[in-house]
Design a protein around this ligand. Structure first.
Ligand SMILES: Nc1ncnc2c1ncn2[C@@H]1O[C@H](COP(=O)(O)OP(=O)(O)OP(=O)(O)O)[C@@H](O)[C@H]1O
Ligand SMILES: [Mg+2]
Length: 267
């Protein structure tokens, strides 16, 4: 069953067509990877889908409802939540309080929200840090917190914007395991990621965005062999490597840092 249907969504920033008539659909239970070079429009597409930006044209349906132009909180209440490339917890609140705030979307009972938050902190491996102010967390722990907060809203569709950027291979492997478990519990996942090892291991299907346009879609194995994808994103080195090895740094420039829209071209 289709959970998300995106039809010809477009967004322009001045003269720049950041997202150019993008259409795709996502099946319930699927893990879909979204890849492409820096500035390809991946985060902008997330912003459009989750109501943080308004598309100029196109339509978005989530679980049968037209959500085009709904505000982010309404979309989140419907069960579609995203994490941010540049993580932004409530810095003065503790780790636990951050997750409780998110859990309060679904309940008014503080005790229930707290219980759920404690469970989620155990799940993401932050239970020992639960009383730490979010401001003092390391990058991997902030990423864990970001995942915990997103899960606390009880999403049907979880959208992850580079949750593994900047993590060591061991840390990103841990994340990979968490995302897989979330998916096995029935949550559909849409994942922006530059860490190709993770994209290959997790995704059932991959979409490739380049200059705002979808240039390829298919199984991970088919997409990494696609000439256009190699030229636009992966590079010849990746193509010649043949298989994705353990610890393979993936496309040049990894590990990626948190970077804004003004990040330099990867190559
Ligand atoms: N608010 C904005 N105002 C103007 N231009 C923007 C804005 N947000 C993004 N852009 C531009 O739109 C294009 C797409 O940016 P976007 O952040 O969506 O890329 P991305 O694929 O997420 O890249 P990265 O892999 O570096 O995160 C870029 O050229 C960027 O500079
Ligand atoms: Mg981005």
């Amino acid at each position: 069953m289709v959970i998300l249907q995106v039809e010809k969504v477009a967004k322009r920033f001045g003269g720049l067509l950041a997202v150019d008539d993008v259409s795709f659909s996502l099946d319930e239970g699927e893990i879909l990877g979204l890849i492409g070079p820096n500035g390809a429009g991946k985060t902008t597409l997330f912003n459009l889908l989750t109501g943080f930006l308004q598309p100029e044209s196109g339509r978005i349906h989530f679980r049968g409802a037209d959500i085009t132009r709904l505000p982010p909180h309404a979309i989140c209440r419907l069960g579609m939540v995203r994490t941010f490339q540049i993580v932004r917890p409530f810095l003065r609140l503790s780790v636990l309080e951050n997750v409780v705030v998110a859990a309060l979307l679904r309940t008014n009972a503080m005790a229930a929200a707290r219980r759920q938050a404690e469970d989620l902190l155990t799940f993401v491996g932050l239970e020992a840090r639960r009383h730490t102010p979010a401001a003092t967390l390391t990058l991997p722990d902030r990423k864990r917190l970001e995942l915990g907060r997103a899960l606390a809203t009880q999403p049907r569709l979880l959208m992850l914007d580079e949750v593994m950027a900047g993590l060591t291979p061991t840390e990103s492997d841990r994340f990979l395991g968490l995302i897989r478990q979330v998916n096995q519990r029935g949550v559909t996942v849409l994942l922006i990621e530059h860490v190709m090892r993770a994209v290959m291991a997790l995704s059932h299907r991959v979409l490739v965005l380049n200059y705002g346009e979808l240039i390829a879609a298919g199984s991970p194995a088919a997409v990494v062999r696609d000439r256009q994808v190699i030229e636009a994103y992966l590079g010849e080195d990746y193509a010649y490597a043949g298989t994705v090895r353990e610890g393979n740094p993936g496309p040049p420039g990894e590990p990626t840092q948190d970077h804004g829209a003004s990040a330099p071209e990867r190559r």
